[in-house]
Design a protein around this ligand. Structure first.
Ligand SMILES: [Zn+2]
Length: 303
C-alpha cells in the first residue's frame, strides 16, 4: 500500500485500538491464531525462510495478508524487513510495494493510524539512527532486539543492539509518553518487558519460526494527544510443534495444549481486563519467559 493513501485516510478518533504483534513467522503465518478484532497488525520481519524461491515466499505471504482483509477486516497491516529479507532491500521501493501490496511496508518510515504514529525500520540500525525516529513515534518496529532486553539465546549469547535501546531512552527524554518497541529475531526471547528508563514496553513477538508463541495483543487507550498501552494477551502453545535439531524440519505433535497467561482470555470483555492488565504488565515477562523456556526444544541457528 502506498503511504500517500495514508494521508488521505480520514482516521476516525477511535479511543481504543487493538494492536497485535507478530514476527519471525518464516512462512508459518497460516498457523497463527489471531484475535477476531484487530485494528493494527504489526509484523516485525522474517516472513520468509528457506533460501530458495524467496520471491514466491513473499507472494505467499502477501496473499495471506490479502486473505486477512476478508476474514478479519484489519485496517492497517504494517510489515518491516527482517534479516531473512535482506535480499529484499536491494529491490526498488516500487517493487517492494507491489510485492507487499496487501500490507503497509515501512523502511525507515512512519505511518499514522488513528492518530498513533508507527515507525518501521528493518533488521539493524545504522549510525545516527536516532535521528530517523520521530519523537512522535509511539510504536517502533525494528527486527533486531535492543541490547539487554529479551535478546539472550539459549547459549547465553546476546543478540541485542545497544543503539536501539539508547535511541528509545533518548526519545523518552524529549517526549515523556509511553512507547512500544516491537521486534523479533531472537527466537528464544519471546515475551514482554517494561523499562521505566525508556518508559517503553519491549515486545519480542517472534513465533519462533513456529506457531508455538501466540501473537501478542495490546490495547491502546487514547489519553489526550497520545496513547497508553495495556497488555491483553501473550503466551505459548507448548507441545504444538517441535523443531528437530538443526535440520529445519518440523514435526507436528498431537494433542497440543493451548496455554495462555493470566491476562489472556479472548472471550472476556477487554475493558474488564484493563485494570488488571495494567497492574500485571510487570509480570508478563516472567510469564512469557516461563512459557518460552518450556519450549526449549526449539533451538535455532538461523534467526
Ligand atoms: Zn527469524
Amino acid at each position: 500500500m502506498n503511504l500517500e493513501k495514508n494521508k488521505e485516510n480520514k482516521n476516525e478518533n477511535k479511543s481504543e485500538i487493538d494492536i497485535v504483534f507478530i514476527s519471525d513467522t518464516h512462512q508459518f503465518h497460516e498457523e497463527l491464531i489471531l484475535p477476531n478484532k484487530i485494528d493494527i497488525l504489526i509484523h516485525s520481519g522474517d516472513f520468509t525462510y528457506k533460501r530458495k524461491k524467496k520471491k514466491n515466499q513473499v507472494k505467499i505471504f502477501n496473499n495471506w495478508l490479502g486473505k486477512l482483509d476478508k476474514e478479519k477486516k484489519i485496517e492497517h497491516k504494517i510489515i518491516i524487513m527482517g534479516n531473512h529479507e535482506n535480499w529484499f532491500k536491494y529491490r526498488r521501493m516500487k517493487t517492494k510495494l507491489k510485492w507487499l501490496s496487501n500490507g503497509i511496508y515501512l523502511q525507515n518510515q512512519t505511518y499514522n493510524a488513528y492518530g498513533l504514529t508507527i515507525f518501521g525500520s528493518s533488521h539493524k540500525p545504522r549510525k545516527k539512527y536516532s535521528k530517523l525516529i520521530p519523537n512522535s513515534a509511539q510504536i517502533i518496529a525494528i527486527h533486531a532486539p535492543p541490547k539487554g532486553i529479551l535478546d539472550m539465546q539459549y547459549n547465553d549469547k546476546s543478540r541485542g543492539n545497544k543503539t536501539i535501546y539508547d535511541c528509545i531512552c533518548d526519545l523518552n527524554k524529549s517526549k515523556k509518553m509511553q512507547r512500544i518497541n516491537a521486534f523479533g529475531h531472537n527466537h528464544e526471547g519471546y515475551g514482554i518487558q517494561f523499562s521505566e528508563e525508556a518508559n517503553c514496553f519491549f515486545v519480542n513477538s517472534t513465533t519462533n519460526g513456529l506457531p508455538s508463541n501466540i501473537p501478542i495483543w495490546f490495547k491502546a487507550i487514547r489519553e489526550n494527544d497520545h496513547f497508553k498501552f495495556f497488555l491483553i494477551q501473550s503466551g505459548c502453545r507448548i507441545d504444538f510443534i517441535e523443531r528437530i535439531g538443526r535440520t529445519h524440519k518440523f514435526k507436528r505433535i498431537q494433542n497440543s495444549n493451548l496455554i495462555l497467561n493470566q491476562n489472556s482470555n479472548l472471550n472476556q470483555n477487554s475493558n474488564q481486563n484493563l485494570n488488571q492488565n495494567s497492574n500485571s504488565n510487570s509480570n508478563s515477562n516472567q510469564n512469557s519467559n516461563q512459557n518460552s523456556n518450556s519450549n526449549s526444544n526449539s533451538n535455532s541457528n538461523s534467526n
